[in-house]
Design a protein around this ligand. Sequence first.
Ligand SMILES: Cc1cc2nc3c(=O)[nH]c(=O)nc-3n(C[C@H](O)[C@H](O)[C@H](O)COP(=O)(O)OP(=O)(O)OC[C@H]3O[C@@H](n4cnc5c(N)ncnc54)[C@H](O)[C@@H]3O)c2cc1C
Length: 317
Amino acid sequence: MTIVVYVEHQHGAPKRASAEALGAARSLSDQVVAVVAGEGADAAAAGLGGHGATRVVHLTGSHAFSPDAMAQDLAKIVGEHGAKGLFLSATSTGSDVAPRAAALLDSTLFSNCTAVNAAGDGFEITRPWLAGKLIAELSPKSSVLCATLRRNTFQAHSGGGNAEVSQVAATETGQATLARIEAKEEGKLDVSEAPVVVSGGRGLKEPEGFGVIEELAAAFGDAAVGASRAVVDAGWRPHGEQVGQTGKTVSPQLYIAVAISGAIQHLAGMKTSKVIVAINKDPEAPIFKVADYGIVGDAFEVLPVLTEEVRKIRAQG
Ligand SMILES: Cc1cc2nc3c(=O)[nH]c(=O)nc-3n(C[C@H](O)[C@H](O)[C@H](O)COP(=O)(O)OP(=O)(O)OC[C@H]3O[C@@H](n4cnc5c(N)ncnc54)[C@H](O)[C@@H]3O)c2cc1C
């Protein structure tokens, strides 16, 4: 059973979400075809065997990314390999390409899957419904399973390996092309990729209230700052930091929710985090229902103490 995986890459290596998609595919099949394209794809292609690919298709030619051209190429590669699955990460790029590819394959798209298992000669998938209120277990009937996989949910491949790389000319006739990417500030971690996320909400009262959040994130060293929609809508924080149903889905090792009430739409984006700490002055706040550890108190009193303790622990090595 062949599975094709679309691999997003950066600095000559697959992005973490794509490494996880490759790992998921490899855990199901020994025939995993990774597809890479764009600037730097040659360097990324060379290392994909180590991430679980057994074959790599490097799409050469245009470096301008086009979701519809990419969908055409993926559908073609799925057909040529007689693949049973097409996996993409549930990133903004993956979510842009996947429905187009599913339509070309006359298949249904299963988005944001949290588990994919083999069942007979097909698959069974698990995915959240209604902002995570329900978990659906589904048995797709289409001949090709087209799925986007939730980040931070699947294990990357750790078994090493080599893969033959073939070069194929990319389709150049996309209707939409990516004009430019604006890089984040140097050194800033993306909220969906950081192992620790410190998020703030409306209880911080004003944009300057995020100073305590930034200090705690900086004390960890490997933490990103997140935000609730209330503060993003208020213009206190950029949309790229929003966690939740209409923001990013995160699943870090540690999620610290500060002055966030825990509305269902916020929980939809963070409740699969490994350890959740909630800090809120209202003991009845719904966020405490999903928290592993809760501190009832004023964020402006609790956070400086917590930050100091984190600094001390890190200083001890
Ligand atoms: C279709 C739709 C999509 C949505 N998508 C999202 C989404 O993606 N992400 C998201 O976050 N929301 C989303 N929302 C909004 C969501 O419903 C909530 O309105 C929002 O999450 C509330 O943000 P908040 O917790 O920061 O603010 P509030 O609900 O106002 O909570 C503030 C909290 O801070 C606490 N507090 C106040 N002062 C302090 C203090 N000094 N110290 C400690 N605690 C304090 C309060 O007790 C309270 O619990 C969506 C809503 C809809 C309808």
